[in-house]
Write a protein that binds this ligand. Structure first.
Ligand SMILES: NC(=O)c1ccc[n+]([C@@H]2O[C@H](COP(=O)([O-])OP(=O)(O)OC[C@H]3O[C@@H](n4cnc5c(N)ncnc54)[C@H](O)[C@@H]3O)[C@@H](O)[C@H]2O)c1
Length: 251
């Protein structure tokens, strides 16, 4: 990993949805910077194979919506690594459906994974972070924390709510030395966006909309997560950091 400087040496992190995509890039970046921690993903996601041979991390296969997931995640960090400093709530889904065909089940599942689990895991993490005198919580929002998009009502609602949740958490947890921020990626090339990228015109639209002239890569997001995780970012909280190549300001 380029520019690795041990900037997270001594830190313990949890990264959810770490088997692939943005979560994997974040976890690898944190490990390369000297962090230890717990990587989390669904059973069958290939998590264990992804991190084979990585002694600094503990693989926890579980669904973030499981009732006992918050407790299991935090215990895995404290028992294996002695504490918790950084939580990255990255696991997410983006099922698309025409609005009139959006079922209750799809709505509930999207909100459960993208929002409710963020609340529940963050709540469980506070005690362990308090014991370390503070911490960093980084949630995955989206440019869809600010705008809408076709066929993505549940996703867009969940990501707008992640922004609101993050702001309120920042207010409540600041006195404990815990900062809470959220990332707003644009179109990043991962398994999540692959189906969208196959749709006619989608790739070209977003390449042209981003003034930097390209789609994003998971490492673009990981670099921003690293910044927010650093001790030096102690005065940044309640902030949504766009990682979109400038797409949202380009009208
Ligand atoms: N890719 C993009 O363009 C983009 C843009 C904006 C925001 N985001 C957000 O970034 C995050 C990561 O997205 P990605 O593109 O890397 O997606 P991805 O589909 O490539 O990876 C998501 C990972 O989360 C895991 N996951 C999903 N549901 C889970 C659950 N219930 N329990 C445990 N793990 C679960 C998946 O198994 C997968 O490994 C998501 O929150 C997504 O909404 C992505």
């Amino acid at each position: 990993m380029k520019n690795s400087q041990g900037r997270l040496t001594g830190k313990v992190a949890i990264v959810t949805g770490a088997a692939t995509g943005i979560g994997e890039a974040v976890a690898r970046r944190f490990l390369a910077e000297g962090a230890q921690g717990v990587v989390v993903d669904r059973p069958g996601s290939g998590l264990v194979q992804t991190y084979a041979g990585q002694e600094a991390c503990h693989c926890l296969e579980c669904d973030v919506t499981d009732a006992d997931a918050p407790q299991r995640l935090v215990e895995a960090a404290t028992k294996n690594f002695g504490g918790l400093d950084i939580l990255v709530n990255n696991a997410g889904i983006a099922p698309s459906a025409a609005f009139e065909e959006l079922t209750d089940e799809l709505w509930d599942r999207t909100l459960d994974v993208n929002l409710r689990s963020v609340f529940r895991i963050s709540r469980a993490a506070v005690g362990a972070m308090k014991q370390r005198g503070g911490g960093r919580i980084i949630n995955l929002g989206s440019v869809m924390s600010e705008i809408g998009g076709p066929g993505l009502a549940a996703y867009g609602a969940s990501k707008h709510a992640v922004a609101g949740l993050s702001k309120c958490m920042a207010v409540d947890l600041g006195p404990l030395g815990i900062t809470v921020n959220y990332l707003e990626p644009g179109v990043i090339v991962t398994n999540m966006t692959r189906p969208f990228l196959e749709a006619p015109g989608f790739r070209e639209h977003w390449e042209q909309k981003a003034p930097v002239g390209r789609l994003g890569q998971p490492d673009d997001v990981a670099a921003c997560a690293l910044f927010l995780a650093l001790d030096e970012a102690a005065f940044v909280s309640g902030f949504g950091l766009r990682v979109d190549g400038g797409a949202l300001v380009n009208f």
